[in-house]
Design a protein around this ligand. Structure first.
Ligand SMILES: Nc1ncnc2c1ncn2[C@@H]1O[C@H](COP(=O)(O)OP(=O)(O)OP(=O)(O)O)[C@@H](O)[C@H]1O
Length: 476
């Protein structure tokens, strides 16, 4: 990053309020599996090139054995119903993480797994296939439990499992997310997907019977295990479920501070990891804009508005207050935006995210509640209106990575644009870029035509695969 043109901030300028709900926190990490660029998938999209390191808990699985790298779904000996489900999703071959993780996940007797792969590379399908292949459909009691950090993500995972298991007769999948009207309802389903607080509460009230659980998945596992995230809740859930179940931890990030706890939580796990340099996705063009003062941020944001509405965009902010202010101001000026923060009730949150998924709302202003896991393929632009920071006000590389990962899903291209407005925010972003050893490009707001042309070109091109220079007109 080039040096900031902005001056030293005042304390007031730098103060940011992290979203206080338990469903907001971040994660970060380093790690590395082998592999070359994927040929085109069924969708015509191409996965980015990256290496995954495999660490096996015991040597019963030889990583060089072709059985432990599945090049097709057929060779995994899945049921015909599951193969039909995969076809219905238009997946023609496994993604890199699916290729590596599935043979290990499906081993019998089951083994625990800690697996890392970049955002948008198909982790959900990997753990969902494992779950679905282990169910006894004749027994309508919970056999698999998936925990996720937000209701939005839990609902999304539920949708994937239902779609993938759509050909499995009698399959029941249920959500355990906050719902004041159904707090006392008992859940009879084969698979439960929920947020940890609600799941814990429902097990204690005997509305979820944990006795037949065989698989426990923590999606966004680093966040679910972090003491500043949902670590305590996840630990309590684990105390309430059978001891011998298969524990599966998935995330794009595993920062050093949680990795030890992850190994305690999922003992003797097979481990799939990525190198820190491989964490960012090439299809996501990372830009930043340097504005002079806080007030100029809004004016600059408006300049991008038209580009944002060309497809779908998310504007991330660090507090509910800024989300509300931006929404009110933009709406009053006739712009169509929606807002999603932990201040809304569950029903409102569901309505907002569903409208955004359907493309009825194109610009979504959000706090970190939806920074992780949300898969809306039409999102071509992510704006960090505020540089992500931890509750202590430190730069938060993991949240940055998860936020920008809402675009550029499964080989698509996207733009991630971060605003810096003073020395502190510039330093924070610079630390994030250094953490991932990645280059961010300065947008020259002196030439709007060029900016517009460059971003439109990326946004409209839709898919990755071209060189950065070709895509952006910039050297990477
Ligand atoms: N084998 C496959 N072939 C084609 N598309 C796939 C395949 N696997 C997953 N996808 C698609 O890729 C997209 C991203 O998948 P998913 O949401 O599971 O990513 P993720 O790795 O969990 O990302 P995040 O880290 O952001 O949670 C989804 O739209 C999914 O349908």
């Amino acid at each position: 990053m080039s040096s900031p043109k902005t001056s030293e901030p005042t304390a007031a300028e730098t103060a940011t309020t992290a979203e206080p709900t338990p469903e907001t926190q971040s994660a970060g990490g380093e790690t590395q599996v082998d592999g070359a660029a994927e040929p085109s998938n069924g969708s015509g999209l191409q996965e980015p090139e990256y290496d995954v390191e495999v660490k096996l808990a015991d040597l019963q699985a030889d990583p060089n054995n072709p059985l432990f790298s599945a090049k097709s779904f057929e060779e995994l000996q899945l049921s015909p119903e599951l193969l039909k489900g995969i076809r219905a999703m238009n997946f023609s071959k496994p993604s890199k993480i699916q290729e590596k993780a599935l043979p290990l996940l499906l081993l019998n007797p089951p083994m625990n797994m800690i697996a890392q792969s970049q955002s948008g590379t198909g982790k959900t399908a990997a753990f969902s296939l494992n779950i679905l292949s282990r169910l006894d459909l004749n027994n309508i009691s919970p056999q698999a439990l998936v925990l996720a950090p937000s209701r939005e993500l839990a609902r999304q995972i539920l949708g994937v499992i239902e779609l993938m298991g759509g050909q499995m007769p009698g399959l029941k999948v249920a959500a355990a997310i906050p719902n004041p009207k159904r707090r006392s309802d008992r859940i009879d389903a084969h698979v439960i997907v929920g947020t940890p607080g609600t799941v814990m509460d429902m097990i204690r009230r005997k509305n979820i019977d944990p006795r037949n659980l065989k698989v426990l998945v923590l999606d966004e596992a680093d966040n679910m295990l972090d003491q500043q995230g949902m670590g305590d809740q996840s630990k309590r859930v684990k105390q309430l479920v059978p001891r011998n179940l298969q524990i599966v931890l998935f995330s794009a990030t595993f920062p050093a501070k949680v990795i030890q706890f992850a190994h305690q939580f999922a003992p003797n796990a097979n481990v799939l990891t990525l190198a820190a340099d491989d964490l960012t996705i090439e299809g996501i063009k990372q830009l930043y804009v340097d504005v002079n003062a806080d007030q100029d941020k809004y004016a600059t944001l408006l300049k991008f508005y038209e580009l944002m509405t060309q497809a779908s965009s998310i504007i991330f902010v660090n507090s509910r207050r800024v989300a509300e202010e931006l929404e009110q101001r933009m709406t009053a000026e006739g712009h169509k935006v929606a807002q999603l923060t932990g201040a809304l009730d569950g029903q409102q949150r569901d309505e907002v995210i569903d409208r955004f998924r359907r493309g009825e709302a194109k610009v979504l202003i959000a706090t970190n509640v939806i920074a992780r896991g949300i898969d809306v393929q039409t999102v071509t632009m992510v704006i960090n209106y505020d540089v992500p920071v931890t509750v202590e006000g430190r730069p938060d590389p993991e949240t940055y990575l998860h936020r920008i990962g809402r675009t550029g899903r499964f080989g698509r291209v996207g733009v991630a644009l971060t605003f810096v407005h003073d020395k502190r925010s510039w330093q924070n972003l610079n630390e994030i870029a250094t953490h991932f050893n990645t280059e961010l490009h300065l947008v020259d707001t002196g030439d709007w035509d060029a900016v517009e042309q460059m971003i439109s070109k990326i946004v409209k091109s839709g898919r990755a695969g071209k060189s950065t220079k070709e895509m952006t007109g910039m050297d990477s």
